[in-house]
Structure formats: C-alpha cells, structure tokens
Write a protein that binds this ligand. Structure first.
Ligand SMILES: C[S@@+](CC[C@H](N)C(=O)[O-])C[C@H]1O[C@@H](n2cnc3c(N)ncnc32)[C@H](O)[C@@H]1O
Length: 300
C-alpha cells in the first residue's frame, strides 16, 4: 500500500517540534552542545542539508518527506540510544576549525582551545615554538589547532589507539596540514626522542572507576580508552608528570587538562608548583608546569 503524502512542514516548525521532543526526553548535554535547542538545530540542519547561514525565507520553506524521515531517525537515535548529537552529524568545531568526528574518538570540548587560540600566551613566546607534542590526540583537535595558531611549529599527534589515529589523519588531511602535523602511534611518549619539544600538551583520560560507572549514558558512546584512567583516574597523568621533562627543551612547558581531578592531582603531587589556568569561556582543571619546575619538583 502507498504511504499517504506527508504534509509540507517548514524547517522552522520542525526545529520547534524537535526542541520540544528533546526537552521532554531530559537528555544529558555537554558533548559539544549545551541545550535541547542546540541539539535540535544541529539535527534539523543536518537532516535538511541546510547551509550554516540559512536565511529566514529558507527556514519557512517546506521539508521533503525524505528530509522529515531523516530527522525522525536522527531524533530517535538521540533520544532512545542517547547518542550525542556530534556522533550523529559527524561535525564539530574546535578553536575555530571544523572537524570530522565519530565514535572512535572523544568529542572535542577541551577548554584548551582558548589557550591555543592565544598561541599559549603569555606562557611561551610563540615565535620561538618549533615543536609541539599532543599526548592522546583523539580526533587530532588539539594538534591541528596548535598547527593552525602557531604556524611555525611542527606537531606530533600521539595516540595509543590506531582507530583514533585514523580519524586524526582524516582531519589532518582535511586541513592540509600533513607537512606539519604527524599522527604517531605511541603509548604516551614511547615513540618520541628525548629533549625535543617546546610544548607538550595533553588532554589525557582522567576519569576514575567509580566516576566512570556513574556517568550519563551519552558517555558510553565515547571510547573507554579516552576516559578511563585506572582506579583513581590518575594513571595517565602520573606517567605524563613522571616523563614529560625528558622530552621538553629547556624553557619548555607542559600543559595538561585533568578536569575535575584537579583536587586529587594537587593532593597527590604536593611538591609540584602547578599553575592552574583560568578560561574566560569557562571550564578549568588545566595545569601548567615548566620543565625546570618538573625537575625541581622531583628533587624535593
Ligand atoms: C580524553 S581523550 C582526548 C582526545 C583529544 N585530545 C581531545 O581533547 O578531544 C584521551 C585520548 O588519549 C588516548 N590515550 C589513552 N591512553 C593513552 C596512552 N597510554 N598513550 C597515548 N594515548 C592514550 C585515547 O585513545 C584518547 O584518544
């Protein structure tokens, strides 16, 4: 039997309906979007293949039956499977750059974007930065943003996950940075030679076992390897703090996001003189140490 033709519904009406459906579902946000309206917009734009700057006239135009069906499917996956919207659209932005993302990598959302857009000012002279290592690169967001905002630097984008490196390489190609950004399979620093880097930057896994078990369902779509870091969440941070100084040049800096593990990090490393960075756009739990502070902290 033939399906009855769908009534014409405008993009604006679909947006209102989708927002209401998402609000009723009481979902978790924070994977690149903050509220139901933003998720709804991302899904409507994706389903209807709308340009980013769609005019009011375009939004009043009717959506085809196929577009409405596509939107229904996307909403169903967001609501019943709790898939974060970025994994449905495969698009996100980090430090002003558009990136491809899928479930092989964490959804980029680090406050480090703000620091990178400032080329790490005032902590290092950007004109002198030649080499950067990004430990745990995932989608490549931090490495690629570093190359974009520090145009004289070469960046090693390290990850232990081959699947993540495939995504990073796709993004490196997309931004035509293959000559300056290298995706390298590495267990923390294992693939690097000592003494080479002006900046080591990292958003490593830092979620402890109990916290991981309590996370909303949206997080289960992200790779466990990107979140889980042992019983207390500090397994990766410990390795970075132990080894980073060997890979930094004199005057080099280490910048690491540890999110809400900040208190635990302070308590576990009382002799390290961390500088905890502040961000105008929100977020925190990011520390900075110089190579000399790392070495001195170990001596004490
Ligand atoms: C929190 S995610 C960060 C991804 C990306 N840098 C971002 O900010 O969106 C941590 C990343 O570290 C990687 N990772 C986990 N253990 C690692 C290890 N031992 N050595 C290198 N990378 C590791 C994971 O595969 C994951 O891609």
């Amino acid at each position: 039997m033939r399906r009855a033709p769908q009534p014409q519904v405008s993009a604006a009406v679909l947006l209102r309906r989708a927002t209401r459906a998402l609000q009723r579902a009481r979902l978790h946000y924070g994977h690149g979007t903050d509220r139901a309206r933003d998720d709804a917009a991302a899904l409507v734009w994706h389903a209807l293949r709308l340009p980013a700057e769609a005019s009011a006239a375009r939004l009043r135009r009717g959506a085809t039956a196929a577009q409405q069906e596509r939107l229904r499917t996307l909403l169903a996956r967001r609501i019943s499977k709790r898939v974060p919207v970025v994994y449905l659209t495969h698009r996100c932005w980090f430090a002003g750059l558009e990136l491809y993302v899928d479930e092989r990598v964490l959804i980029p959302r680090s406050p480090l974007a703000e620091l990178i857009e400032r080329a790490f000012a005032p902590w290092i002279d950007a004109a002198r930065v030649r080499r950067i290592a990004d430990v745990g690169t995932g989608s490549g967001c931090i490495a690629i943003a570093c190359a974009r905002w520090l145009p004289r630097a070469r960046v090693d984008a390290l990850d232990i996950s081959s699947a993540a490196l495939e995504v990073a390489n796709r993004n490196i190609r997309r931004h035509r940075l293959g000559r300056r950004v290298r995706a390298v399979k590495s267990d923390h620093f294992s693939a690097l030679s000592p003494g080479a880097y002006d900046i080591i930057v990292s958003n490593p896994p830092y979620v402890g076992r109990a916290e991981l078990a309590a996370l909303p369902p949206e997080y289960r779509h992200e790779p466990a390897l990107a979140l889980a870091a042992g019983r207390d969440g500090l397994d990766s941070v410990r390795v970075i703090l132990r080894d980073a100084a060997r890979y930094l040049r004199p005057g080099g800096i280490l910048v690491v996001e540890v999110g809400n593990s900040e208190t635990l990090v302070r308590r576990n490393f009382p002799r390290l003189p961390f500088t905890w960075l502040e961000f105008a756009r929100g977020g925190g739990g990011v520390f900075l140490l110089t190579r000399e502070q790392l070495i001195e902290g170990k001596r004490n």
